[in-house]
Design a binder for this molecule. Structure first.
Ligand SMILES: [Zn+2]
Length: 319
């Protein structure tokens, strides 16, 4: 054995003695390496901090069930539209048949399609909530995503609930062609009927929110919230650069850039999300929901009359 071989063999031994242990623990999911700052965090701590890195504030992607767990009061979540499943009306095939692709994702994620919808309480206040899941075909919006979100909004309209939609999407699902694109108009229509009832709608833009989702319900909120450093845009950066033949700023299509330019109303870190949403919703409760709970004594009775008058005149104003 030459000296060179000996060094090579020795280095290999050393590597297998030290590295695999750490790698194994990362692989087991005991530790998670931050994609932004490379710091190793105990996965349980990371989960406890809602998958936000304590070192640098990087927001790791979370699935729909974890998101619902973070937001909704324990034991109050009721999922709706669970029986809607996707079909393959265009018999679409790229490298793989669309129907096979769907089956693979359904097995991998345990979901029917890329969104979960339902109702629950957020700090005691009822909401209708949709959570898109990027793990299912990049959160793409096909007929099922469109239909489920639409039914949720209609449910919210009927019950008088505010609607919150967590967006995470690569855009419309190309495998369903035109049928995907028409979901944009369908959901926008449902939102208009919700708005006509003076109910609150808040989209929350998470990383990434792009394409047809941005071009419809993600931008139609009464208040539009984004998570920090999320990519939000319509067309991809390269497409725009090639079309404009211009270099775009580095922070183009980020939450921060959109906030600066007035497309987003607030950037809310995930750890503050539940509290902030609950606060916004409680401030926008319809009057009839608050008034019956007021402690009314005789002198307050008159104040109440005044409030009713204000409500009546406000309603007239909006008519
Ligand atoms: Zn980090």
């Amino acid at each position: 054995m030459s000296l060179f071989d000996w060094f090579a063999a020795n280095r290999q031994n050393n590597e297998s003695a030290h590295q695999p242990q750490q790698e194994r623990e990362i692989a087991d999911g005991l530790w998670t390496k931050c994609k932004s700052c490379d710091v190793l965090t105990y996965t349980k701590d990371l989960l406890h901090n809602q998958m936000v890195c304590k070192e640098c504030g990087f927001h790791n992607r979370v699935g729909s069930s974890e998101r619902i767990r973070q937001l909704i009061d324990d034991g109050t979540w009721v999922e709706i539209s669970t029986n809607i499943t996707p079909t393959d009306p265009l018999k679409f095939r790229d490298k793989k048949a669309y129907c096979d692709r769907l089956k693979d994702y359904q097995e991998k994620t345990g979901m029917n399609d890329a969104v979960v919808t339902g109702t629950g309480l957020i700090d005691g206040l009822p909401i209708a909530l949709a959570v898109m899941d990027f793990a299912f075909m990049g959160g793409s919006m096909g007929s099922v995503v469109g239909e489920k979100i639409c039914r949720l909004i209609e449910h919210g309209t009927a019950e008088g609930f505010p609607v919150v939609v967590f967006c995470a999407s690569g855009g419309a699902r190309m495998q369903e062609g035109m049928l995907s694109l028409m979901q944009m108009a369908k959901i926008s229509g449902a939102l208009e009927r919700h708005r006509a009832k003076k109910l609150l709608y808040i989209p929350v833009l998470t990383n990434p929110t792009t394409g047809g989702v941005t071009a419809s319900f993600a931008m139609l909120g009464d208040l539009i919230i984004a998570e920090p450093k999320a990519t939000i845009g319509f067309a991809g950066r390269r497409v725009i650069e090639q079309t404009l033949r211009e270099k775009l700023p580095d922070d183009f299509q980020t939450s921060e850039y959109l906030l600066q330019h007035g497309f987003v109303d607030a950037i809310v870190p995930r750890t503050e999300m539940k509290r902030t949403l609950a606060q916004m919703i409680s401030l926008h409760q319809p009057f009839h929901a608050i008034l019956p709970e007021l402690q009314i004594e005789t002198h307050v009775e008159q104040e109440k009359e005044k409030v009713y008058e204000t409500v009546a005149s406000t309603n007239d104003f909006y008519k």
